[in-house]
Design a protein around this ligand. Structure first.
Ligand code: SAM
Length: 257
């Protein structure tokens, strides 16, 4: 299992997440010029938020989104305009079709470096010559909270070790893209610093991330009661104004020669 969150409430969460300034698509896509006729794929499109952004802000694109989660695809289809959505695991099998541009946003940390490399090779194989990939992922989700509570720190470590992905894989994306054959690999790192209202919104996101994955946490802590005790401890710390919370968002680009 590479991904533990899916379903209707997860689609609603992803849409709400995109409203938080630190997750702003406008900022992430700054400087990305997509001409009419460009065939664009969002690999791991979730609720289809990026496809909808492309529909609204660019003209004449052929937009595709693929995902593992059928409920997310159903939601994406129901709220999108002209984009085409299809079910596909971009790790397991080569992508159907050929694209000029591939986005992969907020997916990498759900995978290990080995799996991500397989996915990047599949992206490479389906891009036209001169085509581009853009991978966007926060480094330090869950981990980067400035708590001094030793018990919570230990529990965060437990969650991180049990997680099937890698919460710090974003820092390795430039190297992984290079290994997959991409050239001109370049990146920007935006600090996602949650303070004030943004913190409240991110704490609300954490509540939903936890709720949508409750079975995963019960598996780690043994019972629902213990899982909920962890949620409470994490959310209480995350709600303190003197406790920092930040992720480093990598926005990495590469070209297929
Ligand atoms: C946190 S969501 C991000 C969704 C969307 N990209 C966004 O920006 O909101 C991660 C998505 O990646 C999808 N995903 C994970 N592994 C995948 C794979 N191997 N192939 C296709 N989709 C995958 C999940 O189903 C989920 O919808």
């Amino acid at each position: 299992m590479t991904y533990i969150l899916s379903g209707k409430s997860e689609s609603a969460r992803l849409d709400a997440q995109a409203e938080i300034p630190q997750f702003s698509l406008r900022r992430e896509l700054e400087g990305i010029d997509l001409r009419p006729g460009t065939r664009v794929l969002d690999a791991g499109c979730g609720s289809g938020i990026l496809c909808r952004y492309l529909e609204e802000h660019y003209r004449g694109l052929a937009i595709y989104g693929c995902d593992l989660s059928r409920p997310s695809l159903a939601h994406a289809r129901s709220v999108s305009g002209v984009s085409t959505f299809f079910h596909h695991d971009f790790i397991g099998t080569p992508l159907p079709g050929a694209y000029d541009f591939i986005f992969n946003r907020l997916v990498a940390h759900h995978l290990t470096a080995d799996l991500l490399l397989k996915g990047f090779k599949n992206f490479f194989g389906s891009l036209s010559s001169g085509g581009e990939v853009v991978v966007i992922d926060p480094d330090g989700l869950l981990l980067n909270i400035g708590t001094l509570d030793p018990h919570l720190r230990e529990q965060i470590g437990q969650v991180s070790r049990a997680f099937s992905g890698d919460l710090q894989v974003a820092r390795a994306i430039p190297q992984l893209l290079t290994q997959a054959g991409f050239q001109n690999v370049s990146w920007r790192i935006d600090v996602m610093d949650f303070q004030g209202e943004a913190r409240q919104l991110e704490v609300a996101q954490w509540k939903e991330r936890f709720e949508n994955s409750i079975e995963f946490y019960v598996g780690i802590f043994g019972t629902e009661l213990e899982a909920r005790r962890f949620f409470r401890r994490y959310l209480d710390e995350a709600s303190r104004a003197d406790v920092s919370m930040f992720y480093n968002k990598f926005i990495v680009r590469g070209t297929r020669p």
